[in-house]
Design a protein around this ligand. Structure first.
Ligand code: 5AD
Ligand code: SF4
Length: 444
């Protein structure tokens, strides 16, 4: 095997996992290719959160199988692997759905990829699956992480104990585990020495982080943020995703004290109706959510909030939906992800009797998104005329252009030569749309 191709579905955690998988493969001497036709090894890193994401995998596998057959005619072998949450949820069904699949690994066992590839090299006729919830942590077996660029991610926590009634995560990523403080710090130091200026701490539920320090004492997210915030050379720090009921005073204080902590917070609320929040098994009411927002705003009035919403949850009435719209008006989220409720096999809500018709879900999503998009556009337009610090991460589509992010995660592009790439630069915003800003560099 010489080349590999990875396609990643789903969340930022999957993007991180794919990066770590690429690290394993590169250590074995494989090289990345962006063309599936050229790949000796094809890996799909999958998402099971909504039906649409999971179904997409199976159409991609169909196409990958055609490529595999075509390559076979040229005398080239192709190994196809499926990793991630669909594997954990569907287990051996993955093989039944597509016989092109040679191996399948869950999100907690991909550190065993090397062994699996060794087995397949010995005997290409077999199919290997590993969906164990292992006692060991995969992080202890992965080699050092390499920075993806100036903005890098670190998984600090994985899994979830909240069991929201719609969600597959506790079943696919398992119960909550936190990486030890020292492991996270080691990875953070390495990424910063590789050139990362911004670190984003990742997990399904990062603010319930409870990793052990050297002395075996459990530490919270605020402690970890402060430690990482002290690293020489690091300019920006973020964390995602947080659970509203687990935002503690210590964390709120970080937003007051730590300049390095960016004024942007992704805090999923899902619904504005207490009745629906209860049916979702969320551990917060609308009022408690708003209280957390108030306290964070008091700590740092600059914070912009992002959220996730589900519309059309079983039993959601017009009034319940209206309560969600009202909440949006109260908070004025600067960006948001909104979804139609998708019943997932094995989750309690999928069995609830009062499922809503697709038509209602679709209508409500359109109404909600219109409101969310208007607030997002407003927020972006308010930045016009202001000078904002931008971290330029990439070359733009046109020559002489760079793209980057503002502290609020807005995409921004500016006419700028390569010397500004990978730097934080003052940019005066000149125009804004819903999805991006454009501006001019302010000469320093
Ligand atoms: N249907 C629709 N959206 C879902 N999410 C999680 N499970 C479902 C589901 N069954 C959404 C939630 C969560 C985000 C990652 O995905 O809003 O915050
Ligand atoms: Fe899923 Fe709820 Fe856990 Fe988020 S908090 S991962 S929505 S179970």
């Amino acid at each position: 095997m010489k080349t590999y191709f990875i396609k990643t579905f789903g969340c930022q955690m999957n993007v991180y996992d794919s990066h770590r998988i690429a690290g394993i493969l590169e250590q074995r001497g494989l090289q990345a290719t962006s063309r599936i036709e050229d790949a000796d090894l094809v890996i799909f890193n999958t998402c099971h959160i909504r039906e649409k994401a999971a179904e997409k995998l199976f159409s991609d596998l169909g196409r990958a199988n055609l490529v595999k057959q075509a390559r076979l005619l040229e005398g080239k072998n192709t190994i196809i692997g499926v990793v991630g949450c669909v594997v954990q949820a569907e287990d051996e069904q993955v093989f039944k759905r597509s016989d092109a699949v040679d191996f399948a690994l869950g999100p907690l066992t991909y550190h065993r990829l090397g062994q699996v590839l060794d087995e397949l090299e010995k005997d290409s006729g077999i199919q290997v699956i590993d969906t164990e919830f292992p006692a060991e942590s995969k992080f202890d077996f992965l080699s050092e992480n390499k920075a993806e660029g100036v903005c890098s991610y670190i998984a600090i926590q994985e899994g979830c104990n909240n069991f929201c009634t719609y969600c597959v995560v506790p079943y696919t990523r398992g119960i909550e585990t936190s990486r030890p403080v020292e492991d996270v710090l080691r990875e953070a130091r390495k990424l910063v020495s590789d050139g990362a200026l911004e670190l984003n701490l990742l997990g399904q539920n990062v603010n319930s982080y409870h990793g052990e320090d050297k002395a075996g004492k459990e530490r919270n997210l605020a402690y970890l943020l402060r430690k990482i915030g002290e690293l020489d050379g690091l300019k920006r720090l973020r964390y995602t995703t947080s659970y509203p009921a687990d935002v503690d005073d210590d964390l709120i204080k970080c937003h007051k004290d730590m300049k390095i902590l960016m004024p942007y917070l992704h805090l999923p609320v899902q619904s504005g109706s207490d009745k629906i929040l209860r049916a979702m098994n969320r551990r917060h009411t609308k009022a408690q959510y708003l209280d957390v927002i108030d306290r964070l705003r008091e700590a740092n009035p600059q914070i912009g909030f992002a959220s996730d919403f589900i519309v059309g949850f079983p039993g959601e009435s017009d009034d319940d939906f209206q309560a969600t719209l009202d909440l949006v008006d109260e908070v004025k989220f600067i960006t948001a992800f909104s979804f139609k409720y998708s019943p997932r096999p094995g989750t309690p809500a999928a069995e609830y009797p009062n499922q809503l018709p697709e038509k209602v879900k679709k209508e409500r999503l359109a109404i909600l998104q219109e409101k969310l998009f208007a607030y997002q556009t407003d927020f972006n337009q308010q930045t016009v005329g202001k000078t904002i610090e931008v971290l330029f991460e990439n070359k733009g589509r046109h020559a002489g252009q760079l793209t980057g992010r503002t502290p609020w995660m807005q995409n921004i592009y500016a006419e700028a030569n390569g010397e500004y790439l990978n730097k934080i630069v003052d940019v005066k915003v000149e125009s804004a749309t819903m999805n991006s800003l454009s501006g001019k560099i302010v000469r320093m």
